[in-house]
Design a protein around this ligand. Sequence first.
Ligand code: UD1
Length: 338
Amino acid sequence: MKILVTGGLGFIGSHTVVELQNKGFEVVIIDNLSNSSEAVFKGIVAITGKQPIFEKLDLRGKASVQDFFKKHDDVSGVIHFAASKAVGESVTNPLLYYENNLSSLVYLLQELEKKEEANFIFSSSCTVYGQADVIPIAETAPIKPAMSPYGNTKQIGEEIIIDVAKVSAINAILLRYFNPIGAHDSAEIGELPIGVPQNLVPFITQTGIGLRKELLVYGNDYPTPDGTCIRDYIHVVDLAKAHVVALQRLLNKKNLDKVEIFNLGSGVGSSVLEVITSFEKVSGKPFPYKIVDRREGDVTKAYANTDKANGVLGWKTQLSLEEAMASAWKWEQKVKAK
Ligand code: UD1
């Protein structure tokens, strides 16, 4: 079966391509290489021994999306990762985010709407919950006003899919990720942030390798046990596997609704200081950091209620925070050595 993975050379996309190929799916990747490179393709081949099909194209081009589906009319499912994801950049350049994240989604759905059957997995985020009132966060938690254009594109994207599924043969699963971290154990693929990383774990590993002087910890006066924010860090390989399980659910027509929503997290909350301690353990050396003021827009605490993902989807994380940190560190060392 042929599966289209958009953004398949990105961080989560590339790990998902590996898991799909490991399960025997034929994969066709669309990527515009805006935040990835062809080296990732080589990494995928090195791990799986299989060559996915790669179409370099930009989903903002409606005609190229149409041409793609004419050429690949045998696609059985689509996993849609391709999107811009830097929160700060979305604030300074909102139209880039609205155009890139939403026009590509519309053009894809326009092609899928023509089909007698279509299966669609959407890459969403726990950011849709904002600071949830009830922790751990279940899928039934209310959606809060988005705190950035990036977050808004995830909310609007979900709404577009829900509306289109009502009037078409499209079945969809919306996956709301918590904080994906780590790398493939082979260190052939991993996270490759452009410029200074905004996310915690790549900043930590780049500091560990000597690219950055120290980590600024954004606030230790939050109402949490050690005063730093709490998040649900999930190993990217566990996350990638969830996509395969979700896709199989649609292909086997096991879905209970036209659109289903699942939170993907470990269910465990870890503070910034706990992540640092975990990194010190796997790297075997003390880690430099400094406590500074809070970062605007940060929520105090977010971790997943995993009941629905465990019970209904039949998936749960298998890898720990420490395994994720060890894989991220191994990857950083490999990147440095290149
Ligand atoms: C961030 C985004 C979120 C997005 C997610 C995608 C913000 C405010 N939120 O989530 O919308 O969906 O990335 O991955 O940008 N931290 C530091 N120092 C740093 C970096 C981070 O102390 O240099 C802390 C943060 O305050 C936070 C934790 O580490 O408590 C995790 O931060 P990060 O990796 O940026 O993820 P989120 O803030 O959860």
